[in-house]
Write a protein that binds this ligand. Structure first.
Ligand code: ZN
Length: 110
């Protein structure tokens, strides 16, 4: 991977980290415990709890993604970014653009 490509991916990853961090802090409200007397418009307490579960699940995914993105940034610093952790082959650029936190090539990910 050329210096130029590395810088391109660095800004891509940093942008994703920023977005993900913002989404996590936005979801703060949604994952608050539901009070027993909650009635949000026509939503029943059951609906509210279901939505809270979904929000929690989404939040977990985002936090995981954030860790993976930070690790990608570390690999970039170490000059290891873009190589498959399993077979050492270069991960195709299109794949990294779509999923900048990818650590495996398509073959190994399968
Ligand atoms: Zn591989």
């Amino acid at each position: 991977m050329t210096r130029e490509q590395q810088e391109t991916f660095r800004s891509l990853i940093e942008k994703r980290i920023e977005e993900t961090t913002a989404e996590i802090s936005d979801s703060q409200e949604d994952v608050k415990p539901i009070s027993p007397d909650v009635s949000i418009g026509r939503l029943s307490r059951m609906d509210s709890m279901q939505m809270q579960q979904m929000a929690l699940e989404a939040r977990r995914r985002q936090q995981l993604l954030l860790v993976r993105l930070q690790e990608a940034l570390k690999r970039l610093d170490q000059g290891k970014y873009g190589s498959c952790l399993q077979c050492g082959q270069d991960i195709p650029e299109e794949r990294l653009q779509y999923q900048p936190d990818a650590v495996l090539c398509m073959d190994c990910a399968r």
